[in-house]
Design a protein. Structure first.
Lengths: 111, 112
């Protein structure tokens, strides 16, 4: 079945770049997503990439997709303390647009 | 923010009681979803709807039912709540199956 894997924790210093990694199993996924969840809040859509793209950049965020290895990464440049949150990777199931989520990576940004 | 309202935001109830959670949207989106979030599992899909009166099961549908009698409302019912259903429940909406999903703020449900 489909599965999405992420490392659970990442700690960086303010001003450094953060790279959050994700692997997925469904090679037929058409879209891959990154969501951010702050404590006590819902999931906020950060960015997404279509499967025929290798890279997408949006201000401080860069998404890289390696379809051959089924690997997705999210790079946050100049990481700030406000970026501390849980980041979820998700792939879109081809039936009904369902999302399959990873467990989430907790990003801690130290001043 | 997408116009999604979940109610209640918090609920504590006892095992064996019925519970209904409501998701209300003002975006007129066709698709609506219910997920649960548990430590170590990320979010898992319970049920989803692709139109009024059109619903389908997700990954963890046992013990849950849903109804969608109007475009704007998607109800999740636990007919007889169990402690294993203690969780945070999120509603999401999307314009179509190819569009991104946007999430509500969640309902924290505790079954004692």
């Amino acid at each position: 079945g489909e599965d999405v894997e992420q490392s659970l924790f990442l700690s960086v210093r303010e001003g450094d770049s953060s790279v959050i990694n994700c692997t997925y199993t469904d090679s037929s996924s058409t879209y891959l997503y990154w969501y951010k969840q702050e404590p006590g809040a819902g999931l906020q859509l950060l960015t997404y990439i279509f499967s025929n793209m290798d890279m997408k950049q949006d201000q401080r965020l860069t998404v890289l997709l390696n379809k051959k290895d089924k690997h997705l990464s999210l790079r946050i440049a100049d990481t700030q303390t406000g970026d501390s949150a849980i980041y979820f990777c998700a792939e879109k199931d081809n039936q009904g647009g369902k999302l399959i989520f990873g467990q989430g990576t907790e990003l801690s940004v130290k001043p | 923010d997408a116009g999604i309202t979940q109610s209640p935001r918090h609920k504590v109830t006892e095992t064996g009681t019925p519970v209904t959670l409501r998701c209300h949207q003002t975006e007129n989106h066709r698709y609506m979803y219910w997920y649960r979030q548990d430590p170590g599992h990320g979010l898992r899909l319970i049920h989803y709807s692709y139109g009024v009166k059109d619903t389908d099961k997700g990954e963890v549908s046992d013990g849950y039912s849903v109804s969608r009698s109007k475009t704007e409302d998607f109800l999740l019912t636990l007919e007889s709540a169990t402690s294993s259903q203690t969780s945070v429940y999120f509603c999401a909406i999307s314009e179509s199956s190819n569009q991104p999903q946007h999430f509500g703020d969640g309902t924290r449900l505790s079954i004692l």
